[in-house]
Structure formats: C-alpha cells, structure tokens
Design a protein around this ligand. Structure first.
Ligand SMILES: Nc1ncnc2c1ncn2[C@@H]1O[C@H](COP(=O)(O)OP(=O)(O)OP(=O)(O)O)[C@@H](O)[C@H]1O
Length: 278
C-alpha cells in the first residue's frame, strides 16, 4: 500500500528568486518551515512575501532556485504539492451571493473531496471556524471577520497539511483579528497542520508564530523565534530596555523601512484588501 503521509520539512526554499521585469520581488530566499510549526513571513508592503508564497503554492513558477513542499518539488511535482495545500489569498475568494455553506461546498468540489464525505467535511470546516450558525446566510451579509473565517473554512475543507494565509487579518478590528487567530490555532492544535502566514502586524507574529522570517526588499534579513530575535537585539544594544519585534525589524532593515513603504501597487492592493473585509 502506498503511504501518502507527508514527511520531512513542510517547506524548503533554496536560493528562490522571482522578478517582475526589472523588479526583483524575491531575491535569493533560503528558508525552511518545519512540519507542525506556525511560521510567519513578515515585512512591509512590497517586501516580497506574497510572491514568495505564491511560488510555494505553485501559482507562480519557480524560475530560479528550488522550492519543496514536504519533499515534493514545486516546479516539477505541482499536483502533489497542491494536494497538500490550503491557501487563503489576499484577494477575496468568497462569493457574496452564495451562502457560507455553498461557498465551502464549492471548494470541496474543486479540491475533489469525495462526494459521500462532502457534506460532513463542509459542516466540520464551518464548525471549526465558528460559522455553523451562520452557514445558511448569504456571505454578503457577513462581517469582515466572518468573511475571513469563511475563507479559512474554504481552505480547510480539503484537510491540508500546510495552510498558507496571505495577510489573514488585514483590515479587521482587534476582536475579529483575535477570533481569526484563535480559530487558526485551534485547528492547528487539533490536526497538527503546518501554518505559513504573511503579515505586517508584528504584534500578531510575536504572539502566534513559532518562528518568523523578516523580509525586506526581496530578502530574508533575519530568521528565528520572536523571543530569540528580541533577545539578540537586547544583547546587542546592552541598554537593558526590552525591544519589540518591530524594533528588531527596524534594526535589520535599517532606514530603508521608512523610505516609501512599497510601490503604489502594493499600497493600493493592501487598501483594497482592507476595504473589502472592513
Ligand atoms: N504582478 C506584478 N507585476 C509587477 N510587479 C509586481 C507584481 N506583483 C508584485 N510586484 C512587485 O514585486 C515586489 C514584491 O511584491 P509582493 O507583492 O511580493 O510584496 P508583499 O511583501 O507581499 O507586499 P504586500 O504586503 O503589499 O502584499 C514589489 O516591488 C511589487 O511592486
């Protein structure tokens, strides 16, 4: 019998590069996401986070370097990689004119959840994100936090081993942000899935991520547990003050962090995402 249980590290990127014309969006990224951890890819607008994770999802090709997901090559074994993934993109992926249940059912069909298991799995996914009671309402009537949780259910219905979330809490109020994270963490605790998340909310990363990579201008400038990165900066500064993860970021990114903060396209996309869930 074939054993499909994925083994080894969840994600390995080696020398990953991706350019849009002359723009080096990802400029030589090396990182490993261990199985079962919550890994945060952090950085300001335009740092290269979305491009990097799109390469991992196989939505973008890997023109240079290597990306592996549980050992499968994202360039040559796309379908094997896709079968292991759940992905919540920044752009809206729920249909406002369908109910929550219909939206999740659609994803169950797309991801080939066996017909006889479908209704049960859709119900479980909605339950897992706290939407069981609202499942038969139109998604158009949901609050921003509920829409994000619905998108989470869509990604969870295929029981992914690796859940990838691009800015899952952008534009949400603090209560809705906490609720999204609590549901992610509960599913992760129940299933042992790996979570790879991009965010520019340093406080969330500090609270929920086991390890983080700080990206700036297409490169990983620091990588480790939030505690280690903070302790290292504290030691370097030697003034007794306890820095935050944001201080660490400013330290590794230098003054570049304040210059512009991404191109117009990046800011506009962030605003669009924020306003459609807000
Ligand atoms: N489709 C595209 N065409 C041209 N350039 C792009 C495109 N998508 C991204 N870029 C550029 O690539 C760089 C990295 O963008 P990317 O979206 O990966 O950053 P990000 O860290 O995810 O930003 P954000 O937080 O705004 O999502 C930026 O300079 C951006 O302008």
């Amino acid at each position: 019998m074939r054993d499909d249980t994925p083994t080894g590290d969840a994600v390995t990127c080696t020398g990953l590069r991706y350019s849009f014309g002359g723009t080096k969006a990802v400029d030589g990224v090396d990182l490993t996401v261990c199985a079962g951890e919550v890994f945060g890819l952090l950085g300001p607008n335009g740092a290269g986070k979305t491009t990097a994770i799109r390469c991992v999802t196989t939505l973008l090709p890997v023109p240079s370097g290597m990306v592996r997901v549980f050992g499968y090559d994202a360039a040559t074994q796309k379908m094997a990689v896709r079968r292991l993934l759940g992905y919540v993109p920044q752009q809206l992926s729920a249909d406002a004119s369908l109910t929550g249940r219909e939206n999740v059912s659609l994803f169950a069909r797309v991801f080939d959840v066996p017909r006889r298991e479908r209704a049960g799995r859709v119900g479980q996914a909605l339950e897992a994100v706290g939407l069981a009671d609202a499942a038969d309402r139109m998604a158009g009537t949901y609050s921003g936090g509920m829409v994000r949780r619905l998108e989470l259910a869509q990604a969870l219905v295929s029981a992914p081993r690796l859940l990838m979330l691009d800015e899952p809490t952008i534009g949400l109020d603090p209560i809705a942000r906490t609720s999204v994270w609590e549901h992610i963490m509960a599913v992760r605790a129940a299933t042992g899935m790996t979570v790879l998340v991009t965010t520019h909310y340093m406080d969330e990363a500090e609270q929920y991520c086991d390890r983080v990579a700080l990206m700036h201008k297409g490169q990983v400038r620091a990588l480790g547990t939030p505690e280690r990165l903070i302790a290292d900066l504290r030691e370097r500064r030697g003034d007794g003050a306890v820095p935050t993860l944001e201080d660490v970021f400013r330290d590794v990114a230098g003054s570049g962090l304040d210059e512009g903060g991404g191109e117009f396209r990046d800011v506009r996309r962030t605003r669009n995402t924020a306003s459609r869930v807000g």
